[in-house]
Design a binder for this molecule. Structure first.
Ligand SMILES: [Zn+2]
Length: 278
């Protein structure tokens, strides 16, 4: 994942990281990337749902079936055990999320996760500040306090050696109940001070011009989860609505895969990563 983000930094685009939960999702990610000639990151959060060995095996077959670079990344690793499982099983990179912990504890758990990943030749991502959920309606003060502090970010990256940092600059996970308004001055400051590549979480339901601006200012990875589940849901509802009685499950697989693929292709174009595998 580091190599991808290095190229993205050099050429001014962002790599899309797409959260999926099944084989249809994995295929949608790599097929969309192949058609866009783009590098891509398959991301998973609930690895226990399929089992880590299934996830790695499916991702390997998927990556081998295309000619563009593909990484497999653990999203929001909740503890060191989960990170270790993914490192041992053949992921490309991991994330440890200690953002709910006090700074010193976040640094400590992240440092351990980074060491584990680096020892296996993998890259590591962590989070500083609180990206939170779009369904939380915070006061202006609370929202400001949850943003990534630049000085803390410098210290955090120095002490942990983390490769990629998920920064809280005003985006949130899920759908927004408030109007998202990314803090571009903060992003610029982080970009100039912090010696790690910056990741934008909460890339769903964000105005397209704000995403474009964030990429211009140095975001090199954008996470997309909710919008992908949205495309899946709409396609699934349509199959159900158009059918009577028992639905052939193959029809569902085909429909949701196609819908996810279209969404992913659109986001790859938005992130400026079309053609960047070349
Ligand atoms: Zn996230």
């Amino acid at each position: 994942m580091n190599d991808m983000m290095a190229d993205a930094e050099k050429r001014g685009y962002a790599v899309g990281a797409f959260n999926v939960n099944d084989l249809a999702g994995i295929q949608a990610v790599v097929q969309a990337a192949e058609e866009e000639r783009s590098p891509v990151i398959i991301q998973m959060y609930s690895i226990g749902l399929l089992g880590v060995h299934y996830v790695v095996a499916m991702a390997e077959v998927a990556a081998q079936s295309v000619t563009v670079p593909v990484a497999l990344h653990l999203d929001h690793g909740r503890d060191l055990e989960t990170v270790e499982t993914c490192v041992r099983s053949g992921f490309s990179s991991i994330m440890i999320d200690g953002s709910k912990l006090p700074l010193a504890e976040n640094i400590e758990i992240t440092r351990q996760a980074v060491d584990m990943a680096h020892a296996a030749g993998m890259s590591a991502e962590a989070e500083l500040g609180r990206i939170g959920s779009g369904s939380q309606e915070l006061s202006a003060d609370d929202r400001k306090n949850s943003l990534t502090d630049p000085q803390e970010a410098v210290e955090f990256v120095e002490k942990t050696g983390v490769d990629a940092l998920a920064v809280a600059i005003g985006s949130a996970h899920g759908l927004y109940k408030f109007k998202p308004d990314l803090d571009f001055d903060l992003l610029k400051e982080l970009r100039s001070l912090v010696d790690a590549r910056l990741v934008l979480h909460g890339g769903s339901d964000l105005p397209r011009d704000q995403i474009r601006r964030a990429v211009e200012l140095g975001i090199t990875k954008v996470n997309v989860a909710t919008d992908l589940s949205g495309a899946y849901t709409i396609a699934l509802r349509k199959v159900v609505a158009d059918s009577e009685g028992i639905i052939w499950s193959g029809r569902v697989v085909g429909a949701v895969r196609e819908a996810m693929k279209e969404l992913i292709r659109d986001r790859i174009r938005l992130f400026g990563s079309t053609g960047m595998a070349n």
